[in-house]
Ligand binder design. Structure first.
Ligand code: ATP
Length: 251
């Protein structure tokens, strides 16, 4: 990893003005696949700022919740209200980073330029995004030759190049080494501090403690608990969250 990772942006990609998408209000969200209910009357309110960490055991419905919030899937029932905005506007103002980086088979620089062009921005701005994530020295290399950590930093830079008001992250550091994890966290924290609303799924309790302003703990398709990080970690209210934090298997 280069020390240049997460250099502060000269350009203000987002100012600290709250997004028009916030607050988020979710009511009685249900998602079924045939007879199987995976999200079960989930309700949630998220305020205008900060980093919300979504935690919970395997299969709790975390990834599906992100996809529904981002408009990639439709719920079986229930409401998702992003500040009263229409669905097209909502998805365009958001970006999603997956655990496995999704990159174009082009150069590192071209991956950023493609996004900038789609957003009618100057391709020359790609240099700033690459510097921000510590990849200036790899700009002309094919993206497919990047290491896992580098590819995820490029994936994050692509997401930031869309100038999102809300950034979803679905276990973006699950397969990265500790230095790469911290590099990603610094980039995400910087975005948060510039006013991007972060919604971040992780299994990593240490990461959640470092990053969270608030925590949503999901269990069996519901938001079992939603609290400020300062309250959640020392004193989780649900037995499932207590077991999870203590490393016990939660079913
Ligand atoms: N297309 C589908 N048909 C049936 N069940 C599905 C489908 N997609 C997902 N599921 C189920 O929905 C449940 C929730 O999936 P989801 O990927 O949201 O879990 P998760 O909380 O992100 O889990 P993990 O921590 O393991 O990534 C899982 O039990 C999964 O098997």
């Amino acid at each position: 990893m280069s020390d240049a990772a997460a250099m502060p942006f000269a350009q203000s990609v987002r100012s600290a003005v709250p997004s028009v998408l916030m607050p988020l209000r979710v009511r009685d969200l249900v998602l079924r696949f045939g007879e199987i209910t995976v999200l079960d009357h989930l309700s949630l309110d998220l305020g205008p700022r900060g980093c919300t960490m979504i935690m919970g055991p395997n299969g709790a419905g975390k990834s599906l919740l992100l996809k529904l919030l981002h408009g990639l899937m439709q719920p079986t029932a229930g409401q998702i209200d992003w500040g009263g905005q229409g669905p097209t506007d909502v998805t365009a103002r958001q970006a999603l980073v997956f655990q496995k980086p999704v990159l174009l088979r082009r150069s590192v620089r071209a991956n950023i330029e493609f996004v900038l062009k789609a957003r009618c921005k100057r391709p020359g701005e790609s240099a700033e995004f690459l510097e921000h994530v510590g990849l200036s020295h790899k700009a002309d290399q094919p993206a497919r030759l990047l290491s896992g950590g580098e590819a995820q930093r490029l994936s994050l830079a692509r997401a930031l190049a869309t100038d999102p008001e809300v950034l979803f992250l679905d276990e973006p550091t699950a397969s990265l080494d500790p230095a790469s994890v911290l590099a990603i966290e610094r980039i995400v924290s910087d975005a948060r501090n510039r006013g991007v609303r972060i919604i971040f799924v992780t299994h990593d309790v240490g990461q959640a403690r470092r990053m969270a302003d608030d925590v949503v703990f999901m269990h069996r398709g519901k938001a079992a608990e939603h609290s400020r990080a300062d309250d959640f970690f020392p004193d989780p209210q649900s037995s499932a969250a207590r077991d999870f934090l203590n490393g016990r298997i939660v079913v």
